[in-house]
Ligand binder design. Structure first.
Ligand SMILES: [Zn+2]
Length: 185
């Protein structure tokens, strides 16, 4: 399709089936029958209709747009050098790790940053958490519940509730670990 109007035979074409054949087999493409020799673009578009298509399609259908946005553009990442509290929590079941650092000012969470490794929802929930508590006073932050976080990331698959829990646990641990208890305002 991209070569429309081009009278020359495109050079990369003969190599194409070799280059992607492995990938297609692994993603469950039963191949053969519909595999066209026509052109790269047409072939990839056709692949999207297969039930066992590329994993990206699966991720997008599993998670909400808000969650994917937090995963792809995480907020408040990194270390916080002058933090009043830093904690690192691991979910022993799946190995997700969250490190959370926060800094208080006048009893409020002036700054909060996280680092995380783990599954998509864990990263997204950590990011959403930082957005949720930034600027809140310590007391309000302690009252946060999982529903508040879920509201921010959209609906979660049942299997991902551990991600919400880990983020909240990290927050509570960080608040419980404060060097200076924030003066209530
Ligand atoms: Zn996980």
């Amino acid at each position: 399709m991209i070569f429309a109007g081009n009278t020359q035979r495109p050079e990369p074409a003969p190599q194409y089936p070799k280059a992607v054949s492995d990938k297609n087999i692994r993603t469950g493409n039963t191949g053969g029958a519909r595999a066209p020799s026509a052109g790269r673009v047409e072939y990839e578009e056709a692949g999207r209709e297969y039930p066992h298509g590329p994993s990206l399609v699966t991720i997008e259908s599993m998670y909400s747009a808000q969650l994917l946005d937090h995963f792809q553009n995480p907020r408040n990442t990194g270390d916080l050098p002058d933090a009043d509290s830093v904690v690192e929590l691991e979910n022993p079941v799946c190995g997700d790790v969250i490190r959370l650092g926060l800094r208080l000012h006048d009893g409020r969470i002036a700054e909060i940053r996280f680092k995380a490794k783990g599954c998509v929802p864990s990263m997204a929930c950590a990011s959403a958490l930082t957005e949720l508590v930034q600027g809140k006073n310590v007391e309000d932050a302690r009252k946060l519940r999982s529903d508040d976080l879920v509201t921010l990331v959209g609906t979660l698959p049942q299997a991902s509730s551990h991600a919400v829990q880990l983020a909240l646990d990290a927050l509570r641990a960080a608040l419980g670990n404060l060097k200076t208890t924030g003066q209530s305002s």
